[in-house]
Design a protein around this ligand. Sequence first.
Ligand code: VGL
Ligand code: ZN
Length: 198
Amino acid sequence: MSQALIVIDVQNDFCPGGALAVAGGDEIVAGINTRMDDAESVILTQDWHPADHTSFASQHAGRAPMEVVEAPYGPQVLWPDHCVQGSHGAAFHAALDTRRADLILRKGFRREIDSYSAFFENDQKTPTGLEGYLRTRGLTSLEFVGLATDFCVAWSALDAARLGFEVRVLTELCRGIDLDGSMARALADMRAAGVTVV
Ligand code: VGL
Ligand code: ZN
């Protein structure tokens, strides 16, 4: 069984000082670099939004970050502007070793739709292409680390499990946002879906 380490969104905006900072987001970088040594393949994802992305609260008059609106594809949390294409915030954390990456997958680049998962946009239908990449390379066992545990990591791991991959999430190398109990819910959902949460 061939194994891939999938590193989710270790970008400046999700680290302390960033626009959507996750507490301790920078603490996991060194451990992720070490983990790359044992991985057969390393894949990085990069949240990559146009400046007028509809997930930004700034695009909705009278709305504040962390409020939830109804998008055509379901409930959508409104975020502070983050990971704008080409910005410093969208760049990988400077200490992340990007040299080992076989693939850098960008997501969230379409204005009208958010994409937490590395596999599908938030309509849960539009594919990013990652499934095809993994299958054509024969990578069947996936290990997830990165940011944020309860959003992009969890949505990616849940989709991967649903697609039939063997999935592990290393929580020591993840950090979460924890919005209204989202952390406990994400961990429970992943376990219920057959994800090995370590
Ligand atoms: C993420 C919220 C918005 C994440 C990305 O990487 O978990 N969360 N965009
Ligand atoms: Zn985003």
